[in-house]
Design a protein around this ligand. Structure first.
Ligand SMILES: N[C@@H](CCC(=O)N[C@@H](CS)C(=O)NCC(=O)O)C(=O)O
Length: 97
């Protein structure tokens, strides 16, 4: 669960972005999408936040983390917000208290 905003910079039809979307959804993480310019050269907003023009990129205000690269983002989301499933039952992060 997250209190502050996670922003996902993404592009319509981008398979790497969809992979991150799936990971956020699977882990019940709320996020805001920011769709970037299709033209690489016009992605100044992304470059300002991550240093690269590639999407996906996320900014997590909960942790202060900004990162690119879908595989790294998925790993980060699972490590930070991951929920385990045992015998078909979701294990709550707070232990069910
Ligand atoms: N290795 C990157 C690849 C991401 C990627 O190629 N994204 C495309 C959009 S689907 C992009 O932003 N291309 C422009 C660029 O590579 O600078 C990842 O897994 O996130």
């Amino acid at each position: 669960m997250s209190d502050k905003t996670i922003t996902l910079y993404r592009l319509q039809g981008c398979p790497f972005c969809e992979r991150v979307v799936r990971s956020l959804q699977d882990n019940g993480v709320e996020y805001e999408s920011r769709f970037v310019e299709a033209r690489h050269s016009r992605r100044d907003a992304v470059q300002r936040i991550s240093g690269a023009r590639t999407v996906p990129a996320i900014v997590d205000e909960n942790t202060g983390v900004t990162m690119s690269e879908s595989a790294n983002i998925v790993e980060y989301v699972e490590a930070t917000y991951g929920q385990r499933e045992t015998e078909g039952e979701a294990v709550r992060a707070d232990g069910g208290a």
